[in-house]
Design a protein around this ligand. Structure first.
Ligand code: ADP
Ligand code: MG
Length: 238
């Protein structure tokens, strides 16, 4: 479905991604793991056309999207729920959703509200005044309304309380049952690997390892990169 082949991405003269390759097959949940600064967000920006690669190719459903503008990549069927607080805080929840909504696909406002009933209750609230978990929901809902077949989730557990992280796991399972493919970047390896089919471990702009989620969870040599071996990793501390 998605094939990233040996991409090199630069910020100015800084060579950030060095020959990154990864694939997502239709129906899969794939996780990109790695510590802060490893290059996860840059990989997503490259896929979405926000920071195009200088070398290498990206294909989606057999179409080369490497140098398409971001809006064309969204139209091709890729959606991104970015990390951080990328919402229009001065707008209401309903207005945020209306801006993202694309007709002609399976995701309507009604279906998004069925998946996230809390958002329906908050529809007239300004996005700046909803909780971190609710903002995460809104970012995912916005991405779904652009009718993606592959959803990119950048650090969905960031800043969420453990109880909300568990809830997020339930939403993601629901979305997967709807037939959506998911590529997720996460520092919370335990959370991500419990949901994923496969994973990649990234460090310093390179892919260090690829494997089945079950294998990555137990690979001792990866514990240092994933921080899955110790209990404090369950809650993100930074
Ligand atoms: N806009 C930018 N300009 C220059 N360097 C950047 C920029 N954004 C990120 N970087 C650098 O690129 C590297 C990868 O960052 P990023 O992709 O955000 O990692 P991650 O998402 O895994 O935390 C880091 O060294 C970071 O400092
Ligand atoms: Mg990031």
């Amino acid at each position: 479905m998605l094939e990233v082949a040996a991409i090199d991405v630069y910020y100015g003269r800084s060579h950030v991604l060095q020959g990154v390759s990864l694939t997502v097959r239709a129906g899969e949940v794939v996780v990109l793991l790695g510590r802060n600064g490893a290059g996860k967000t840059t990989t997503f920006r490259a896929i979405m056309g926000l920071t195009p690669p200088r070398r290498g190719t990206i294909t989606f459903e057999n179409k080369t999207i490497t140098h398409l503008p971001p809006h064309a990549i969204v139209r091709a069927g890729l959606g991104l729920a970015p990390s951080g607080r990328r919402l229009f805080g001065a707008l209401t929840v309903a207005e945020n959703l209306a801006l993202a909504e694309q007709p002609g696909g399976p995701w309507t406002r009604e279906r998004v509200f069925a998946l996230f009933p809390k958002l329906a209750e908050l529809a007239s609230r300004h996005a700046a005044f909803i909780s971190g978990g609710e903002q995460q929901m809104l970012k995912i809902a916005r991405a779904l309304l652009s009718q993606p077949r592959l959803l990119l989730l950048d650090e969905p557990t960031e800043g969420l309380a453990p109880v909300v992280v568990r809830e997020l796991g339930g939403w993601l399972k629901g979305m997967r049952e709807e037939g959506l493919s998911i590529l997720m970047a996460e520092q919370n390896a335990r959370f991500a690997l419990a949901l994923a089919d496969r994973g990649y471990v990234m460090e310093k702009g390179r892919i260090l390892h690829e494997g089945a989620a079950s294998e990555l969870l137990t690979a001792p040599e990866l514990a240092v990169h994933l921080a899955v071996g110790s209990r404090p990793s369950l809650a993100k501390t930074d």
